[in-house]
Design a protein around this ligand. Structure first.
Ligand code: ATP
Length: 515
């Protein structure tokens, strides 16, 4: 069986070969952790965004959208805390000249202890067979106990160092744990330094005093500074939400794992403004709603889990991640945070403007509390890609690579194929394209054998292939072939629209979410 790492490599190669994701400016050897979406990638990405946007805007009469600029007044980032505190602790290895995140090196060390414990358990499970009691074994086996104790001590030290923002202690942990650089294999480390993740640039010409501005590291602040504009002009009443999709930029130190951690990425965020004191109820509500949204896609419920935060950011009073099982383990795809009144309160302070909400029901003004749901489009894209990617052996020794996308998200919904390039079949196929193209993204393919054409469509995840043959000209029927089952069905041309619509219409998923 191929290792997870191999599967991931194949997935990355597939994304490039089939026009989903290209390295940015590839002819110049690319740019670190920046990627471009190709012809199929952009369709998938747009469908993901539509699925999110409509689930917010259509399903909730109290949620509206905005589209704020990427540049914001620099004081915004002072107020939000990003200028002073949006840092990662970095450390360099002097021999390899490679840079790492100190916290990530330590987290990997923690994972190593877990791996060792798991290995001991797996060995014992093999030895004892069915009677093996994992919990009992972990409690009594001396070696497992030793690893668990080392892990717990390290964990406690690590959390304390992070909370105290103690960079010397982080370095000391790396030294004490004898962590080596994976490239040079040495322990020749520099001190740990804080590194701000915001990109900055200058606005205006330098001669008349340019202003340092930042590329936004999150879209949320555009919503906070506009919340009162929207509330007043939209006559919104609390509780209400504002949704936004847009680019965000972070100068990530360790950019790895393809589009999982990028320097330019896209977020879909919704800030929900509530009355103080009700925020934890709403937090639970959004936590449940967001998981339902993910699960409705049908990628497998077991692939999702919540990860509640132990260490809360200074502005939060509850936070959880929705994690998805990627080829490299369970990873955060979305964060749901109860951000209190931190951001609005801070903007009020820094701007000197009163941005309180007047609640007509209680005749009082207050600063609303905020629940935020924040998901990365690119991470969502990667989760869909990895769940969909499938290599299958077929009868007769043949094999195929198929992307089993949820049909609603598939870049192309149907491919129309005349069996041969003559006898009026292409014309008939074009007629069918014209029938479908107003509602569904369709493609047309008349080259090579039908088998080859099916493979090409499987590789980009097209749910339906429609073949026009000589019989079609006589009886008005075509063959529709289903991607996952490869089953073929003879149907009337007039039925095509409803067969496709039934599978690709987002309405069906939305009904599942709200029921
Ligand atoms: P991580 O811990 O992985 O760095 P985070 O907790 O900093 O992520 P948030 O600030 O909560 O992330 O951002 C919300 C969402 O934005 C994340 O759940 C993720 O989907 C996405 N995101 C954040 N950073 C990146 C990135 N560098 N590349 C791609 N997506 C990202």
């Amino acid at each position: 069986m191929a290792s997870q790492e191999d599967v991931f490599k194949k997935l990355v190669a597939h994304c490039k070969e089939y026009g989903f994701v290209f390295p940015s400016s590839e002819i110049y050897d690319g740019l670190g952790a920046v990627y471009d979406y190709g012809q199929n990638g952009v369709e998938l990405k747009n469908n993901i965004k539509k699925y999110w946007w409509d689930s917010m805007i259509l399903l909730h009469e109290n949620i509206v959208g905005i589209d704020a600029a990427i540049f914001m007044h620099p004081t915004t980032w002072k107020a939000s805390g990003h200028v002073d505190a949006f840092n990662d602790p970095l450390i360099d290895n002097r021999d390899s000249k490679k840079r790492y995140r100190a916290d990530v090196l330590i987290e990997e060390q923690l994972a190593k202890y877990d791996e060792k414990i798991n290995k001991e358990c797996d060995k014992a499970a093999k030895r004892f067979g069915e009677s093996f009691d994992r919990e009992m074994f972990c409690q009594t086996n001396a070696r497992v106990q030793e690893y668990a104790q080392k892990r717990d001590v390290l964990h406690a030290r690590f959390v304390a160092a992070l909370e105290a923002n103690n960079l010397e202690e982080l370095k000391q942990i790396i030294i004490d744990e004898e962590i080596v650089c994976p490239i040079s294999g040495t322990r020749n480390w520099t001190d740990v330094r804080q590194f701000n993740l915001m990109f900055s640039t200058e606005m205006g010409s330098t001669s008349d005093g340019a202003m340092k501005v930042y590329l936004r590291p999150e879209t949320a602040q555009g919503i906070f500074v506009n919340y009162l504009n929207v509330q007043k002009t939209g006559r919104m009443k609390i509780p209400f939400g504002i949704a936004q999709i847009g680019k965000a930029f972070r100068n990530e130190i360790v950019a790895r794992q393809f589009i999982f951690r990028m320097r330019e990425f896209e977020q879909m965020e919704m800030q929900f403004f509530v009355k103080p004191g009700t925020e934890l109820q709403w937090f639970e509500h959004w936590k449940a709603f967001r998981l339902k949204w993910h699960k409705a896609l049908g990628l497998g419920d077991h692939k999702y889990r919540y990860h509640d935060h132990d260490k809360l950011a200074h502005y939060a009073n509850a936070a959880t991640d929705i994690e998805f099982e990627m080829p490299f383990g369970f990873k955060e795809v979305e964060g749901i945070h109860s951000r209190t009144d931190f951001d609005l309160g801070s903007h009020e302070k820094y701007s000197g403007k009163n941005i309180k909400y007047f609640d007509p029901e209680i005749n009082q003004s207050y600063t609303p509390f905020v629940i935020e749901t924040s998901i990365g489009v690119d991470r969502m894209f990667l989760s869909i890609m990895s769940a969909a990617y499938c290599e299958e052996m077929l009868e007769g020794g043949d094999s195929r690579v198929v992307l089993k996308f949820p049909a609603v998200l598939a870049p192309v919904k149907a491919c129309v194929m005349p069996l041969v390039k003559k006898d009026g079949l292409p014309e008939k196929a074009r007629e069918i394209m014209n029938l479908l193209k107003f509602d569904f993204k369709c493609s047309y393919d008349e080259k090579d054998s039908i088998g080859k054409r099916y493979r090409r469509q499987d590789a980009v995840g097209t749910p339906f292939c429609i073949t026009v043959d000589h019989q079609t000209l006589e009886d008005g029927c075509v063959t529709i072939r289903h991607r996952d089952t490869m089953q073929q069905q003879r149907v009337k041309i007039e039925e095509l629209h409803s067969i496709i619509d039934e599978q690709v219409n987002m309405k069906n998923l939305f009904k599942k979410i709200v029921e």
